[in-house]
Design a protein around this ligand. Structure first.
Ligand SMILES: Cc1ncc(COP(=O)(O)O)c(C=O)c1O
Length: 294
């Protein structure tokens, strides 16, 4: 993984990442009392800006915080961070913690000033081999908490699941619970059966995915039937295609699950249609304003 780009932003101040200092008494550090977002940037423009900020606002609301910035202030901050790092393609990491306090107290303290940290990271183009062969995934039990709809930095169970995939030489860990598909350790999961694109319903068990929402919209626009309903493990295992979606990579095709070929063992037609749809949509958005005028 490439090192982050040099300029970061802490509480509105732009500075070299190496000079960023955050207190050990910050609740983000002590309790993972914080939420985050990851947004891709193409040709200098944050992609799906409103969708990511709306999800950040929702995550903050669910942990009894308000967004410390307005949408217009976020747009200004993100645009400036991108420019200070040379523009082009990258991704932005945005984290808001509840802030630092005098001691280590579990209960919330409403008077704290949130810590707002942003950094930019390189976004390498997708490896050609991934387009041709897809990626491998393992399945593992979902060991996370009961509010996975909040994009919390409390990611230890995700870290352990992803590490199990890495140990097996695979890209992603697909999480199962009680015989049902949840999502990936850092991605949404959709499947294709008989030409229909299936995705599990949103609820406290999974994160609403910005990339998944766009994928389902582009699929419907391309005439692909979409079905939102719980997906049983057996259905996952017999799918013609398994798709992962996440902000930094768009949609990837899983062609190997637990060592067995998925469908033909090659990226399928729905993945191809969505990959083309995403490339087209990025071009449409290029140069458009982040927020509607007025
Ligand atoms: C657990 C989890 N689910 C789903 C997603 C996909 O969300 P998005 O498409 O907004 O990146 C992510 C992305 O980080 C994730 O960590």
């Amino acid at each position: 993984m490439a090192a982050p780009l040099p300029i970061a932003c802490l509480n509105g101040a732009f500075l070299p990442l190496a000079e960023v200092r955050i207190s050990p008494l910050d609740r983000g550090f002590l309790f993972a009392d914080s939420v985050y977002e990851v947004l891709p940037v193409y040709a200098g423009r944050p992609f799906l800006f409103i969708e990511h900020i709306a999800r950040l606002e929702r995550s903050l609301g669910e942990i009894r915080m308000h967004s410390p910035l307005t949408r217009s202030e976020w747009a200004t901050l993100l645009t400036e961070l991108v420019a200070r790092n040379g523009g082009g393609d990258m991704y932005l990491y945005v984290q808001v913690t509840r802030g630092a306090e005098e001691g280590r107290n579990h209960a919330l303290n409403a008077s704290l000033v949130p810590t707002v940290f942003l950094m930019a990271c390189p976004l390498a183009p997708l490896d050609e081999s991934v387009r041709i062969t897809g990626v491998g995934a393992i399945t593992t039990q979902d060991e996370r908490w009961a509010r996975c709809d909040i994009k919390s930095t409390s990611l230890l169970a995700n870290v352990l699941a992803k590490s199990r995939a890495a140990d097996a030489g695979e890209t992603e860990a697909i999480l199962l619970s009680g015989g049902w598909l949840r999502e990936g350790s850092s991605s949404s999961v959709m499947i294709v059966c008989g030409g229909v694109l299936h995705a599990p319903p949103y609820g406290p068990e999974i994160l609403p995915g910005t990339t998944r929402d766009l994928a389902l919209r582009l699929a419907a626009e391309a005439g692909i039937a979409v079905r939102i309903a719980p997906i049983a493990e057996a259905t996952l295992r017999s799918a013609d295609e398994i798709l992962l979606s996440f902000a930094t990579r768009g949609v990837l095709s899983v062609t190997r699950l637990d060592g067995k070929a998925v469908g033909t063992g090659r990226p399928g037609p729905v993945w191809s249609a969505l990959a083309a749809g995403f490339a087209h949509y990025r071009q449409i958005l290029a140069g458009t304003p982040l927020l509607p005028a007025g």
